[in-house]
Design a protein around this ligand. Sequence first.
Ligand code: CA
Length: 229
Amino acid sequence: MEIKVLVVEDEEAIREMLELALQQSGFIVELAEDVKEAEALLDRVIPDIILLDWMLPGVSGIDWARRLKKDELHGEIPIILLTARGAEEDKVKGLDSGADDYVTKPFSPKELSARIRAVLRRVGSLAGQSTIEMAGLLLDSEQHRFSIEGVTVELSPTEYRLIEFFMSHPQRVYSRNQLLDQVWGRSTFIEDRTVDVHIRRLRKILAEHGRDELIQTVRGFGYRFSEKH
Ligand code: CA
């Protein structure tokens, strides 16, 4: 599935960096310098998602986001606001405008790609997508198959659900309790350390392919699945 991303960013260097990084992640990229250009673009293409800089000359990103969300034709397009601001109140303001997510500069291209996919998954655009690929790992939920660098890896049902959860929720830290809820379901009566046992097994399997560092322990919190260390 081709995902079209519209980037609205007035700074040329950032625009070019985003274009390159997003293309490398497999996205189709459309660029606009400001809202005026972006609106002209929307007349001929409907992107799957918009990356919108907050500080733009003329109409600001946040004002345009607010306007777009009321627009019948474009109101459903998810928006990620890009900004140098990091203050909590700005974040709230950004999300109040109707933006679906908020990324503070500077950000890594990998993080941004992951956030784009997470937002698209949330709004259902990726619902029909049955494979997730990351760091040489491939999960095919239709065939219920997991492989590393093309080699099929046998997993227990729990290990499969765990890797499926991690691969569809990368970068974020989850506590043992959250993992229990998400992977085992709320109604199960199992202990926190069961999570550790399964994580240990999954790590061992990944280690055979040199990928165990993908599952990271965040001391005092839980676990994170990430390519970054
Ligand atoms: Ca700007």
